[in-house]
Design a protein around this ligand. Structure first.
Ligand code: MG
Length: 445
């Protein structure tokens, strides 16, 4: 009972938007990879992929070691980042396909909409994947002033689907663009956008098409990495990050710009050499094991984020939503549950530890599978992208992620009281989510 009381306080604190009296209103750039694993950067331990710009970004900024994507799948993860809410609240499918009739509900309040209200110029350049069959779903109707990119994954191609459109604004400007040019074109468009805003605050959301397969490195990078084509693609993204950082610095905006780098979900392991690495973490994309959702996370903001720092607090893309709004002087909306917390204190001042309980969901039916609280992670269901039946399907499973980040040693029988506490956390969360429902439920009524 005492635990439940503490939990309720923690949840209340999480749901209470923080206020920032003197918001710094920095420019905000979110660089968002697709299917990049926890182990795919030099600064996260990869032995052969060269990522000098990201390594330098981490050296001059903050590296997160317990940073999670909101979901182990593309669409759901992007929803979490842009709304600060668990994907179960979206009513969206796990992964949207070109013909899917769903998309971002008009009642959702995206990070771009919030920042636009705060006076920011906003751009989305890259993969959208939050609906395409209605104009309402596209970036321009969801808070972005400009858009250039593919509206869904770069593998949704003929003969199964129509040629993938390259969209600018609301219009298709090319059909089936040469994917080897994408990272370069996106980077040029991103730099153009930055250069157009020397004085107004801006928000650039840059979701790369890759290293999601098919891997299409640009001409300057093809065949260059020791790690093969996958390495070529990641090294091109690293180059792109360097270009963005340089462009911001050349504008004299470095000290007024927060740049955050991460990915939507873990590596696609069944792609063999064309998939990435989750390093020491178990499994990958599509699973709620650590390899599916724990991601590299790097914050860079010279003069604000301390150089060469490491943040071990448990954080997620959902927190970026509330944090970015707070930095812009805006509160998260209070007419719905926003799950993300303002974590700006972690990289701005007192670095206080945050109490939290990230939840891990799987699949089109939004099954709640696991929760993390402090060092503990409890799985009540599991699935493996690799179709491996770990622990002979035994459930529940309890891991101490501080001593066992690879989730190898089940402690459920040693700590039954922790299992019980975390089970009640899951029940509370599931009930709360069910009670609130989704905006699509209202539409159907
Ligand atoms: Mg993905």
């Amino acid at each position: 009972m005492r635990y439940l009381f503490l939990l309720l306080i923690a949840l209340f604190t999480q749901c209470t938007p923080s206020t920032t009296s003197e918001a710094p209103r920095p420019n905000i750039i979110i660089l968002f990879c697709d299917d990049l694993g926890y182990g795919d950067l030099t600064c996260y331990g990869h032995p052969t992929i060269r990522t000098p710009h990201l390594d330098q970004m981490a050296q001059k900024g903050m590296k997160f070691t317990n940073f999670y994507a909101g979901s182990p799948a593309c669409t759901a993860s992007r929803y979490a980042l842009l709304t600060g809410r668990y994907p179960v609240r979206s009513g969206l499918e796990w992964v949207l396909f070109p013909h899917s009739q769903l998309g971002m509900h008009p009642k959702e309040k995206t990070l771009a909409e919030g920042l636009k209200e705060a006076g920011y110029a906003t751009a989305c350049i890259g993969k959208w994947h939050l609906g395409v069959t209605k104009a309402d779903y596209l970036p321009l109707q969801n808070g972005f002033d400009t858009y250039l990119g593919l509206p869904y994954s770069n593998d949704m191609l003929p003969p199964r689907y129509a040629p993938i459109p390259l969209i600018q604004g609301n219009d298709t400007i090319e059909s089936g663009p040469d994917q080897t040019t994408l990272t370069k074109r996106y980077t040029e468009a991103a730099i153009d956008f930055v250069q157009q805003h020397p004085s107004d605050p801006f928000f650039l959301y840059f979701p790369y098409a890759m290293p999601h397969v098919p891997l299409n490195p640009g001409e300057a990078f093809a065949g260059k990495s020791e790690r093969g084509k996958y390495g070529d693609v990641v090294e091109e993204i690293d180059w792109s990050v360097g270009q963005i950082i340089d462009a911001v610095a050349e504008m004299g905006l470095a000290e007024n710009t927060l740049i955050f780098f991460t990915s939507d979900n873990g590596p696609w392991l069944t792609q063999g050499a064309n998939g990435g690495s989750s390093g020491l973490l178990r499994d990958g994309k599509g699973s709620t094991w650590e390899g599916g959702m724990r991601e590299p996370g790097i914050a860079y903001w010279p003069g604000q984020v301390p150089a060469n720092s490491v943040c071990t607090s448990i954080t997620s893309t959902l927190d970026l939503y509330t944090t970015c709004l707070s930095l812009a002087g805006k509160e998260a909306p209070d007419d719905r549950t926003v799950d993300g917390r303002d974590i700006s204190s972690l990289f701005l001042d007192d670095k206080r530890a945050l109490s939290d309980s990230p939840y891990f969901y799987y699949g089109p039916d939004n099954r709640l599978q696991a929760v993390r609280h402090g060092k503990w992670k409890l799985h009540i269901r599991t699935n493996s992208q690799l179709q491996v039946e770990y622990f002979d399907k035994k459930l529940p499973l309890l891991f101490d992620l501080d001593t066992d980040p690879s989730e190898k040693y089940d402690l459920s029988e040693d700590f039954p009281e922790i299992v019980a506490q975390l089970q009640s956390t899951l029940v509370y969360h599931r009930d709360q989510v069910a009670q609130e429902g989704t905006f699509w439920d209202e539409t159907r009524e």
